[in-house]
Design a protein. Structure first.
Length: 241
């Protein structure tokens, strides 16, 4: 059987949310009106930036507008934008996660990314960092390759659980020896399934889920990367205020 390492991208590998960069491009190319950023997304961003709001709310607000914005666009347009985003921003990653990918490759492990970002973006990041396979949110298109506005999500815990089960079958993966890296509550199902879960700069909500589940708490490591330092912690070292 194979050992695998499952990686989230946004906030785990990439230092922010990739969809943020796509959103900026869509505004730049006048596909999304700037007013939607200022009136709808920016208030959520400001709340999060001041630590008064939830990061997931900010991302979900953008995702909702993204779904509306790409409806009627040709698939090649988003593929072009995704390629440009990764070319220009794809190196903005956490050192710890980048080094972990390299280590897993050296060990001969399967490295797989399961991300809530759009499939087109995840595909480009997977190619850049040499992942063996990937899963992302699928924004559906019709036979003319025009986006319909329908989406199959991959940002929630249940979707990631289903994806892992499919990948276990495909690659004959031993979860009792495998790893998962994530930063939000959407990654918690991955943590429950593998023997070696690693929180990377986790949200408070994810830490709460970890400490409330004794079996997950016992096996979880916590990584906090700030400036040029990497801090390795255990759940017992965390005080939730």
């Amino acid at each position: 059987m194979n050992i695998a390492a499952f990686f989230d991208i946004d906030g785990t590998l990439y230092r922010e949310g990739l969809i943020t960069e796509v959103f900026k491009k869509l505004v730049k190319y006048e596909i999304i009106e700037p007013e939607r950023w200022y009136n709808e997304v920016r208030p959520e961003y400001v709340k999060w930036d001041k630590r008064q709001g939830n990061y997931d709310n900010y991302l979900l607000k953008m995702a909702g507008i993204y779904i509306e914005a790409i409806r009627g666009l040709h698939k090649s347009q988003i593929e072009f934008i995704a390629k440009k985003v990764v070319e220009q921003k794809g190196d903005r990653v956490y050192t710890f996660t980048r080094d972990s990918i390299k280590w897993h490759k050296q060990q001969g492990h399967k490295i797989i990314t399961i991300s809530g970002s759009p499939y087109e973006l995840v595909k480009e990041m997977a190619s850049k960092y040499g992942f063996d396979d990937f899963r992302g949110a699928v924004y559906k298109f019709n036979e003319e390759n025009i986006y319909t506005g329908d989406v199959i999500p991959m940002w929630d815990s249940e979707s990631k659980k289903k994806a892992i089960n499919e990948l276990v079958e495909k690659y004959d993966i031993d979860l009792n020896k495998s790893y998962a890296y994530g930063d939000t509550s959407g990654d918690f199902s991955m943590f429950k399934m593998v023997e070696n879960p690693i929180c990377v700069n986790p949200t408070k909500e994810l830490i709460q889920k970890v400490v409330e589940n004794e079996s997950v708490k016992e096996k979880t490591k916590i990584i906090v990367e700030r400036k040029d330092m990497v801090y390795k912690l255990t759940p017992d070292a965390i005080n939730l205020w």
